[in-house]
Design a protein around this ligand. Structure first.
Ligand SMILES: *Cc1c(COP(=O)(O)O)cnc(C)c1O
Length: 493
């Protein structure tokens, strides 16, 4: 059990009789609880709550919040997660009472403004991705993947193509891809990555067939490399009668530059909480809109938002729809933020986003390349992958280096993913960071590389300057202890 160094638990600060509020005296007759709640549900003993003043309470939780790392407190180069700055103007707009307080049961006549916002967001996302129609229902990236695959399944079934039970996924794919395919009722086939970090076309030709439902692809892929053979790959899949699914969770490299629709993709999902600046990673709900080409429009989740003259309305008469995938209309608040971002950036601004995301990643990759192994040497897109193989040979693992970065005040990059690179570090600087921030992180990485050679124990035992030292991560994940146990006066099990 690792001990928290300073602040006591809120229960340990408790003093009998101390309160954090004062309510006015009761001026109505007191009701016995048993008249309101069936007696078996009435608590027999007093609840064991900490007794503290409002100020103590405030200081306790403010102190805890300062121990968190967030994009507002420091650099956060977590590959594949696009931890870019979340502009505060998005928050202002999401709090406009007319948007924040709408209720999903209000009649359409009362919420025309909100429907217009959703409609225009759908149109903007369709234009950005090169798709014909978009649904805002899915609540996250993985949910979007599943929604898209269910539509592909419905499409094949409508054509009597029931034998299309296989989804092809590259070995570098995000873990949600095979998982979503499996939840949607497909079997997955893995296609290999070649020596250049791209899909092995010969292997793709081998695995494709009459049972192929779809190929799921991320482009740029999770190694940060653009699949330059994409048009040929699309032809291979389409000739076999399959569909192309684009995992656009992380579209930071392509905005205004290229579009999945133009590459030959039939279905795409976006993560508004990544590319389109929604706060995420414990900071808020996601949104994973899905765009489709014409052929798949009949299968979109219902109801679909329509416009007639100047009125917006939901069309529920959709006989081929896969049905609803979420109650109401998606995570509206996060959609408002994405809409605000798109409107404040404009088309030229979005293109700039991608240009700078790619520039920052390449700058950092070239600066770090002399100190770490660079498994793929071509230019990267919005992120890149290093290998800690050289350091491993000196007895220091990538996990140790990630922990050491915490001492420098940085959130570590994604590590051990993608799975096909040994001792992998996947770094995504994003476009919102200054050159000074990038340089400072590069300096920290170089210093760690030197420590590995000179004082490896400093890295192996890291972190040294954080509130808690290194956790047993597997145990923390498998046996989380989330309750304070009063009898033992401790958090340990
Ligand atoms: C984040 C991510 C996902 C999953 O998105 P969630 O919103 O976490 O479900 C899928 N694919 C890629 C490439 C991602 O980066």
């Amino acid at each position: 059990m690792r001990q928290v160094k300073d602040t006591a638990f809120i229960f340990e600060q408790s003093q009998p009789g101390r309160i954090g509020h004062s309510l006015p005296e009761l001026d109505v007759e007191e009701q016995a609880l048993s008249t309101l709640i069936p007696s078996e549900y009435v608590r027999k003993e007093k609840a064991a709550l900490p007794e503290v003043s409002e100020l103590d309470l405030m200081r306790h939780y403010t102190a805890l919040s300062k121990r968190n790392h967030g994009v507002d407190s420091g650099f956060y180069p977590l590959g594949s997660c696009t931890m870019k700055y979340n502009p505060k103007v998005n928050e202002d707009v999401a709090r406009i009472p007319g948007l924040a307080h709408v209720h999903p049961y209000q009649p359409e006549t009362q919420v025309q403004g909100s429907l217009q916002l959703m409609y225009e967001l759908q149109e903007a996302l369709a234009a950005i991705t090169g798709m014909d129609e978009v649904t805002l229902q899915p609540a996250a990236g993985a949910h979007g993947e599943w929604t898209g695959l269910m539509m592909i399944r419905a499409f094949h079934e409508a054509n009597g193509d029931d034998q299309r039970t296989k989804v092809i996924v590259p070995d570098s794919a995000h873990g949600t891809n095979p998982a979503s395919a499996s939840v949607a009722g497909f079997d997955t086939i893995t296609v290999r990555t070649n020596a250049h970090g791209l899909v092995d076309l010969d292997h793709l030709r081998e695995v494709v067939g009459a049972d192929t439902a779809a190929l799921m692809l991320t482009n740029p892929n999770t190694l940060g490399l653009f699949e330059s053979d994409i048009v040929e790959m699309a032809a291979i899949i389409h000739e076999a009668g399959g569909k192309l699914y684009y995992d656009g969770a992380n579209s930071n490299a392509i905005l205004g530059i290229t579009r999945p629709g133009d590459m030959g993709f039939d279905v795409v999902h976006l993560n508004l909480h990544k590319t389109f600046t929604g706060p995420h990673g414990g900071g808020g709900p996601g949104s994973g809109p899905v765009g489709v080409k014409k052929e798949l429009i009949p299968f979109l989740p219902k109801p679909v938002l329509r416009k007639k003259d100047d009125r917006f309305y939901f069309d529920d008469h959709r006989p081929q729809s896969i049905g609803r995938v979420k109650p109401y209309y998606g995570n509206y608040g996060i959609n408002v933020r994405a809409y605000t971002y798109i409107r404040t950036m404009g088309p030229a601004g979005l293109r700039h986003v991608s240009e700078f995301a790619v520039l920052n990643a390449n700058y950092m990759m070239r600066k770090l390349a002399p100190y770490f192994d660079l498994p793929y040497t071509q230019h990267c897109k919005h992120e890149f992958v290093l290998s800690g193989k050289r350091q491993k040979n000196l007895g220091v693992r990538t996990l140790d280096m990630a922990k050491r970065l915490l001492d420098f005040g940085y959130h570590p990059p994604t590590i051990y993913f993608p799975l096909n690179v040994e001792e992998c570090m996947m770094i995504e600087p994003t476009e919102t960071e200054s050159k000074e921030t990038l340089d400072a992180f590069i300096d920290a990485m170089i210093q760690i590389a030197k420590e590995v050679e000179e004082t490896p124990e400093v890295v192996q035992d890291a972190p040294h300057h954080t509130v808690i030292s290194r956790l047993d991560e597997a145990r923390a994940a498998r046996k989380p202890v989330l309750r304070y146990e009063k009898e033992k006066d401790t958090l340990s099990v």
